[in-house]
Design a protein around this ligand. Structure first.
Ligand SMILES: Cc1cc2nc3c(=O)[nH]c(=O)nc-3n(C[C@H](O)[C@H](O)[C@H](O)COP(=O)(O)OP(=O)(O)OC[C@H]3O[C@@H](n4cnc5c(N)ncnc54)[C@H](O)[C@@H]3O)c2cc1C
Length: 388
């Protein structure tokens, strides 16, 4: 059978969750991925509370750890530490997490084809031919969840002109349980370890996922920054690296981006919406899967046109434009922003926790900071329990 209601290109979190939601509603779905599944994806594997809350099923079997503490440092000085009884970030390894999601879609009836490369889509609205390395398939709608270099976006003329940041990630095994214990309870974010970016230490079940990411294309030798970061944390000579990989994170798609037309839509990294400060992308991928599934169901039943997806996604993009403004302040004038983080680490850190737990948005945070009271507070007061 070569005919489907929806063909999804890409079996990452965006594509798999979309496939799950659609098959749950008895839609005939094909998901293709160019890689053999399960596949590895370069990623810190931090699923924030707001991302976890979107998932409609229990994922505890693929959770490596739930560090209850988040700590933020600036140039090796802790400026914020917060411990909560409920988990703030769930840690996963992407090969296991993504495979778990695709199996969920299969369990509802999705057809999945791996090692199938998307090549092109042609045809009239509602009668599309999708050309892949494993043959041609017919569909009514195509969804591009094929990551930062999305070929589907190009084929649908939905180019989003995204910017990219670069991230490098290592899976690090400590030589002793005592050393591992120092890091295992906290998700750590360290600013000042790489220009225009930060480093992270995310504890997994038996090891640490450690990485550095930067916005700057001029930063050469990311590996050296990572080694230096390990050295600062006294890990370099007391641990071994099992694997190290780099990849791009898209962010800040242009204002004129088109996320959907009458033939298909884009989601996840293919759409280019991620947190431009931290590179968090899984929340957006899962959120867009949820939104896309509703829009596709309505389009298939003739209630509304696929292009309403564009407006729904625009709302996410608009919030991220405020994150982008804050990113500019943080990374373009690091001396001032590090000084402010030292003074107001507590307040800023709590706001960040509120964002990743879904209690507030970047828009609200931006308005709070740039109200007259906010500016006065920032420059003329200091957190009571700040570290400086
Ligand atoms: C170093 C690094 C660290 C990160 N850390 C975090 C983190 O801790 N937390 C977080 O939330 N986000 C993080 N991210 C971002 C996160 O990894 C992405 O935002 C997320 O994977 C996006 O999911 P997706 O489903 O859109 O795309 P992907 O996970 O990239 O999946 C796309 C899929 O499409 C397939 N594909 C591509 N082209 C084709 C084609 N032509 N035909 C068929 N299939 C194709 C690929 O094989 C792939 O399986 C990080 C990213 C990097 C680079």
């Amino acid at each position: 059978m070569n005919t489907f209601d929806v063909i999804i290109v890409g079996a990452g979190p965006a594509g798999s969750l979309l496939g799950y939601f659609l098959t749950l509603k008895k839609i005939n779905v094909l998901i293709i991925d160019k890689k053999k599944l399960p596949r590895q994806k370069t990623c810190g594997g931090g699923l924030t509370r707001r991302a976890l809350d979107i998932l409609p099923f229990d994922i505890s079997e693929v959770i490596e750890s739930y560090p209850h503490t988040v700590s933020i440092s600036v140039q090796n000085t802790v400026v914020f530490q917060y411990t909560s009884h409920s988990p703030i970030i769930g840690m996963v390894m992407r090969d296991r997490f993504d495979y778990f999601l695709i199996k969920k879609a299969i369990s509802q009836g999705a057809t999945v084809m791996d090692e199938a490369v998307f090549r092109h889509v042609s045809g009239m609205t509602g009668h599309l031919s999708v050309e892949t390395s494993k043959g041609v398939f017919k569909t009514k709608i195509i969804a591009g969840a094929d990551g930062v270099y999305s070929k589907t976006a190009k084929a649908l003329h939905l180019e989003t002109k995204k910017k990219t940041m670069i991230g490098i990630e290592a899976e690090v095994y400590c030589d002793s349980p005592t050393l591992f214990n120092e890091f295992r309870r906290s998700a750590g974010f360290d600013f000042g370890v790489v220009p225009k970016g930060y480093g992270w230490i995310f504890p997994k079940k038996e090891h640490l996922s450690i990485g550095v990411g930067s916005l700057s294309k001029k930063v050469k030798g990311m590996q050296q920054y990572l080694y230096r970061y390990l050295e600062t944390k006294k890990l370099k000579n007391h641990s071994h690296i099992q694997s190290m990989r780099g990849w791009l994170i898209p962010y800040g798609p242009s204002k004129n981006s088109l996320y959907a037309n009458e033939k298909g839509l884009l989601l996840g990294d293919a759409a280019g919406l991620t947190d431009p400060i931290t590179g968090e992308g899984m929340f957006y991928a899962l959120r867009e899967a949820d939104i896309a599934s509703r829009v596709i169901l309505d389009a298939l039943s003739g209630k509304q046109n696929l292009s309403v997806y564009h407006d729904a996604i625009k709302t996410l993009q608009q919030d991220l434009t405020y994150a982008l403004k804050l990113q500019g302040l943080l990374y373009k004038v690091p001396r001032i922003s590090y000084m402010l983080m030292n003074r107001h680490g507590n307040r800023l850190g709590k706001n960040y926790i509120d964002i990743i737990t879904g209690k507030t948005t970047y828009y609200k945070l931006y308005k709070k900071i740039f109200s007259v009271r906010g500016v006065k507070r920032l420059f003329f007061t200091q957190d009571k329990n700040s570290s400086t």
